[in-house]
Design a protein around this ligand. Structure first.
Ligand code: NAD
Length: 471
């Protein structure tokens, strides 16, 4: 059945895509009195909530519980017996996703955002056509649009990439049937996080990364520490270019080139995580005159406005920073701009967080970038094995490293490897954003016992070259 429904649904703003970029923007607009329509073809929450950040963190928690149980004797907890039920772990993950997705849908309704389920495409500069689940079609127009359609997994042209038991991160989140061995193509954020989860569940994991080093944009010393820690449980091969994936009995045979030699491994399943590509395919961008880059991302200026006035693009689809919190920040920036205000958010200062054990979190400049830019700097580095809370938690690996300007000691960058790194980084993001000096961190009392004391002591080292708890 296909019918054309032309209804009066006049809106001030139409948001296309209900992920963390789109739904946050829509709610901000509605809170500011703008009549807002949000169009989403799938589930509210986008990749982050349904197939990315949230389910991964729920599974991460399950796998950490398992690790704690395995080590419980060390903490004086003697268990008669225990076993693992993967279906329950999977159900726990689904329950968290359901709760959050339902919560966001409820909030949208309460805020007065009109949500339309369907697939939107531009038919002109200010018009879209929405194809509804029942095949019906709805034509809508508005003076302003926000495109927030996100991205999808990129599948490189490797022989056998579309074969059985070759997964993207979406399928890898189903942990009901785990292989004995998992081969991961791509040692980026997804490879490291899902590799950590599978490895804690007892799967033998090998990561094959084409580049000579992991995470090229992060601080080298921090990545080295992460690699050493993660490498205790996961085999990591860098400089390994995968050429083909073939069937070998019930297993997959992964052929790769390393240092000019042909090598291979076998595994029950293969996870492909070599990056993502923007969801722009069926959006009809050309009909609205919206330009895209060579790589297909929507071109935007500093305010996330596209090449067409009053049409904005936020989140993965503009390719600026492919992170959920960057999408939300851009969504708020744009919503405020449409309401005539400057949110004052620096969308280029975005912390990066990797949820391995230990975690890695960073913000601002790396040492490599400071050297390349010729900026004189100081380093304050404090090891977590001298921090009472980290030791009490039996997580002494890692450090807090703070980089400051040589003359004024202003915070330029921070790199944390260790427990709670992803929470600790917020203080350093604020410090950089508010242009704090290391002295100001030192003059701030940090609670004891917390790992945040390591931030304080790293700042003290940056200021005075010494601190109380390390020689
Ligand atoms: P990524 O870009 O982080 O890493 C992909 C890696 O694959 C790169 O290091 C690349 O060199 C490597 N690679 C490419 N082709 C290869 C080949 N043929 N053989 C071996 N290696 C190859 O991409 P991702 O890990 O797929 O993550 C996708 C996006 O999702 C990223 O932008 C990431 O930031 C985001 N994400 C973020 C988080 C988080 O913030 N915690 C978690 C998951 C995903």
């Amino acid at each position: 059945m296909s019918q054309n429904r032309k209804e009066d649904r006049a809106a001030d703003v139409i948001v296309i895509g209900g992920g963390p970029g789109g739904y946050v923007a829509a709610m901000k607009l509605a809170l500011n009195g703008k009549k807002t329509i949000l169009i989403e073809r799938d589930r509210i929450g986008g990749t982050c909530l349904n197939r990315g950040c949230i389910p991964t963190k729920a599974l991460m928690h399950c796998s950490e519980v398992l690790e704690t149980v395995k080590n419980s004797e060390r903490f004086g907890v003697l268990l008669d017996s225990w076993s693992v039920d993967n279906r329950k772990a999977d159900e726990y993950k689904n329950e968290v996703v359901r709760k959050l997705s339902g919560g966001v849908a409820w909030l949208l309704e309460k805020r007065g955002v009109q949500v339309i389920k369907g697939n939107a495409e531009f038919t002109g500069e200010r018009q879209i056509r929405v194809t509804l689940p029942d095949g019906g079609v709805q034509e809508l127009s508005a003076p302003a649009f926000i495109v927030a359609t996100g991205s999808e997994s990129l599948l490189p042209p490797i022989e056998g990439i579309d074969g059985k038991n070759v997964m993207t991160s979406t399928e890898a989140l189903d942990v009901t049937e785990l292989p004995d061995r998992l081969a991961i193509i791509g040692g980026g954020v997804i490879g490291l996080e899902i590799g950590s989860i599978y490895s804690r569940f007892g799967v033998e994991v090998t990561i094959l990364e084409a580049l000579p080093e992991l995470l090229p944009s992060a601080d080298r010393e921090a990545v080295q520490a992460l690699r050493e820690a993660v490498g205790k449980n996961i085999r990591i091969r860098t400089g390994a270019k995968v050429k083909a994936i073939r069937d070998s009995g019930n297993e997959k045979q992964i052929l790769y080139e390393l240092d000019g030699r042909d090598e291979e491994i076998t595994a029950g399943k293969v996870l492909v995580c070599v990056g993502r590509r923007p969801n722009t395919g069926a959006l009809g961008l050309e009909k609205a005159g919206i330009a895209v880059s060579d790589r297909g991302y929507i071109r935007v200026n500093d305010c996330c406005e596209t090449t067409v006035k009053n049409i904005y693009a936020v989140g993965d689809v503009n390719g600026k920073t492919l992170l959920a919190h960057a999408a939300s920040a851009q969504g708020i920036l744009v919503a405020e701009k449409i309401c005539g205000r400057d949110a004052g958010i620096n969308i280029d200062l975005v912390p990066g967080c990797i949820y391995t054990r230990p975690e890695l979190a960073y913000v601002g400049k790396t040492e490599e970038a400071l050297r390349a830019e010729g900026i004189p700097y100081r380093v304050g580095k404090f090891p977590l094995n001298a921090n009472g809370k980290a030791l009490s938690m039996d997580e002494p690996e890692g450090f807090v490293k703070i980089l400051t300007g040589d003359t004024y000691n202003e915070i330029l960058g921070a790199h944390i490897v260790g427990a709670r790194a992803t929470d600790l980084i917020a203080e350093l993001s604020l410090a950089i954003s508010a242009e704090c000096t290391a002295e100001e961190l030192v003059q701030t009392v940090h609670a004891h016992p917390t790992i945040s004391e390591a931030v304080f002591e790293a700042a003290e080292i940056a200021c005075f070259g010494q601190t109380v708890h390390v020689i």
